[in-house]
Ligand binder design. Structure first.
Ligand code: PRP
Length: 205
C-alpha cells in the first residue's frame, strides 16, 4: 500500500483531481466526512489529511510515502525529503510587503512580521540585513498597519489582502506552487511509486 499525505484545503482538492486523471478511484475523498484516513476504490492507496505544515513531517518520518504541499511550507519546514515535482497549481509569491517607504524608514534593525520565520531570516540574512523577526500565525498584514512591524514576509496570491490594507509588494523572495514530496526510502522500496510519479507528470495541466 502507498500512503499519501495531503494538506487539507484547496491543494488537496487539486491533488485529487490530478490523481483521478491518473486513473485512481477517489470518490471516497470527495465525501463530506471528518475521517482523517481514507482509501481509494482499489484499497491500494491510503490518504491522510493533515495540516499543511505537517505534510513534510509525515513524509520525512515515512508514515506517508509521498505528499503534496506548497513550496512555502516546504522551504519553511526544511526537511530531509525529496522534492520530485512542481505540480503547477497553488501558484503564489513569497514577498516582503509594507508601505512604499517602509524599508527606507526602518532603523538599523528591520522589524519583520511573518508566519515564515526561517524563510525571512534566510532572505534578510543573505543580504546582510539585521532583523527582528516577530512570529505570527495569521492576519499578518495587520502587523505594519498597527505598528507591530516595519514589513511582513508573506504569501501574495491575488494581492487583494495587501490592497485592502493599503500595503504593497516591496521585494519578491521567491515564487511558490504545490510540490510533490517523497520519502527517501519509499522511493527505493515502494513498488509502483515511480510509475505513479511518471503518470502524475503526464497528467499535469
Ligand atoms: C494568506 C496570506 C495572505 C493572503 C494572501 O492568508 O497569508 O494573508 O492569503 O492572499 P491574497 O493575495 O489573494 O489576498 P490566509 O488566507 O491563509 O489567512 P491567514 O491570514 O489566516 O494566514
Amino acid at each position: 500500500m502507498i500512503t499519501v499525505a495531503l494538506a487539507k484545503g484547496r491543494l488537496a482538492q487539486k491533488a485529487v483531481e490530478v490523481l483521478e486523471r491518473c486513473g485512481l478511484g477517489l470518490d471516497a475523498l470527495k465525501e463530506d466526512t471528518r475521517k482523517l484516513v481514507l482509501f481509494d476504490d482499489s484499497g491500494e492507496y491510503r490518504f491522510v489529511f493533515v495540516k499543511p505544515s505537517d505534510v513534510p513531517t509525515y513524509v520525512e518520518r515515512g508514515v506517508a510515502d509521498f505528499g503534496v504541499v506548497g513550496k512555502d511550507t516546504l522551504l519553511e519546514a526544511d526537511r530531509d525529503i525529496y522534492e520530485m515535482l512542481d505540480l503547477g497549481f497553488g501558484r503564489c509569491r513569497m514577498c516582503v510587503c509594507g508601505y512604499p517607504d517602509s524599508l527606507e524608514k526602518a532603523g538599523g534593525v528591520l522589524c519583520v512580521g511573518t508566519k515564515y520565520e526561517r524563510i525571512a531570516r534566510e532572505y534578510f540574512g543573505t543580504r546582510g540585513k539585521t532583523v527582528d523577526i516577530i512570529k505570527l500565525n495569521g492576519s499578518v498584514e495587520l502587523a505594519p498597519v498597527i505598528g507591530l512591524s516595519d514589513v511582513i514576509v508573506d504569501i501574495v496570491e491575488s494581492g487583494k489582502t495587501l490592497e485592502a490594507n493599503g500595503l504593497s509588494v516591496l521585494e519578491e523572495v521567491c515564487k511558490c506552487s504545490a510540490r510533490l514530496v517523497v520519502n527517501r526510502v519509499s522511493l527505493k522500496t515502494k513498488d509502483g511509486l515511480l510509475a505513479l510519479l511518471e503518470k502524475i507528470k503526464e497528467n499535469l495541466d
